[in-house]
Design a protein around this ligand. Structure first.
Ligand SMILES: C[S@@+](CC[C@H](N)C(=O)[O-])C[C@H]1O[C@@H](n2cnc3c(N)ncnc32)[C@H](O)[C@@H]1O
Length: 294
C-alpha cells in the first residue's frame, strides 16, 4: 500500500468501532481505514465504502473473506444518501471522511497532483466525470479568476503576481505540465518565499486541485447528507489536511450543534501522536474532528 492511513487508532476509538456494527467510509482510498474497521467489526459488521477515483477503485481486490462484509462503490460521497438507500445499508453506526487525495494520487496517478514530478496538469480525481482539468483553468480562465482561485483555495499571498505571470506566459505557449507551472511560480515569487520550509508552489497546487474537483462544495454536501443516514448516538469523524477544510468542518459542526442536531465530541481537533508523525510524516497536518447525532 502506498498510502498509510492517518489517525487509524483514533478513528477506531472515536467512532466507537465494535463487533457487528456498520460503518461508512466515504473516502476509501486504498482501504486502510476500511480494513481496520472491518477487523474490529468481526464477525458480522459491514462497511459501505465510497471511492470517486475510478482507477484507484479498480485497483482494490477484496479478499474472499471480506466480500460479504464490504460494499465498495465507485461514486462521489456527494451522493451519499442515494448510495446508502440503493444498497439498503442500515443501521449506520458511524461515518468517516478522510479528506483530500491519497499518497497514491501524488505518487502513481500520473495526473499532475505533485509538483515534484513532471506530468500533465490534470488533477481530476475522476477524469470520466469532472470536465475541467487544471491545464484548462491555467490556459483559459481570465486572470482575475485564476487570482481568485489561488487566493481563496490556496490562501496564496502572491496570487495576483502569479496569476499575472501565468497569463503572460500562456500568450507565448500553452502551459501544460506541472514543471512549467512550478517554473513560473519560482521565478515570480520573492527569494525569501522560495526559501521557506514548504515549497513555494504548494499553495498553487492545492488551490488548483480544490478548484478542479470542487472539493469544498463537495465536503459541505457530503456532511449534510451524512446527517440523513445516521441515527441518534451515531458519529461522524472527519480528518482534514489543511486549514480551509478544517475551518469548514468546524463551522459545520458548530452550526449543527447550535441547532441541537449534533453534539461536538472533540472540542479541539485530535492530531497525530509524535510516534505517528515520525513513521508517517504526511500525518503532520492531519486534524480529526468528531461529532455525534443527537
Ligand atoms: C486521504 S484519501 C483516503 C485514504 C483512506 N482513508 C485510506 O486509508 O487509504 C481520500 C480519498 O478520497 C477520495 N475522494 C475525494 N473526493 C471524493 C468524493 N467526492 N467522493 C468519494 N471519494 C472521494 C480520493 O480519491 C482519495 O482516494
Amino acid at each position: 500500500m502506498i498510502h498509510r492511513s492517518v489517525l487509524a487508532k483514533e478513528i477506531i476509538q472515536y467512532l466507537k468501532v465494535e463487533p457487528n456494527k456498520n460503518f461508512i467510509d466515504a473516502t476509501f482510498g486504498q482501504g486502510g481505514h476500511t480494513l481496520a474497521i472491518l477487523e474490529k467489526t468481526k464477525p458480522n459488521g459491514k462497511v459501505l465504502a465510497i471511492e470517486y477515483d475510478p482507477i484507484l477503485y479498480r485497483s482494490f481486490t477484496p479478499s474472499p473473506g471480506l466480500q460479504k462484509r464490504l460494499i465498495l462503490i465507485n461514486d462521489s460521497y456527494t451522493n451519499l444518501e442515494k448510495i446508502v438507500k440503493d444498497n439498503n445499508f442500515s443501521p449506520v453506526h458511524g461515518i468517516l471522511f478522510d479528506l483530500g487525495v491519497s499518497m497514491w494520487h501524488f505518487k502513481k496517478s500520473r495526473r499532475g497532483f505533485s509538483f515534484q514530478k513532471n506530468e500533465i496538469l490534470d488533477m481530476r480525481i475522476n477524469p470520466y466525470k469532472e470536465k475541467i482539468p487544471a491545464y484548462k483553468i491555467i490556459n483559459e480562465y481570465p486572470e482575475q479568476e485564476i487570482e481568485k482561485i489561488l487566493r481563496e483555495f490556496g490562501e496564496e499571498k502572491f496570487a495576483k503576481r502569479i496569476a499575472k505571470a501565468i497569463v503572460l506566459q500562456r500568450k507565448e505557449k500553452p502551459i501544460l505540465t506541472t514543471l512549467e507551472l512550478v517554473e513560473i511560480v519560482e521565478r515570480t515569487v520573492p527569494r525569501w518565499y522560495r526559501k521557506q520550509r514548504i515549497h513555494c508552489a504548494t499553495r498553487v497546487f492545492q488551490a488548483l486541485r480544490i478548484a478542479v474537483n470542487n472539493e469544498l462544495e463537495n465536503i459541505k454536501k457530503g456532511l449534510e447528507q451524512s446527517l440523513k443516514v445516521l441515527f441518534s448516538g451515531s458519529r461522524i469523524a472527519v480528518i482534514s489536511f489543511h486549514s480551509l477544510e478544517d475551518r469548514l468542518v468546524k463551522k459545520f459542526f458548530k452550526e449543527k450543534a447550535s441547532n441541537n442536531i449534533l453534539k461536538i465530541i472533540t472540542k479541539k481537533p485530535i492530531v497525530s501522536s509524535r510516534e505517528e508523525i515520525i513513521t508517517n510524516p504526511a500525518s503532520r497536518s492531519a486534524k480529526l474532528r468528531v461529532a455525534e447525532l443527537i
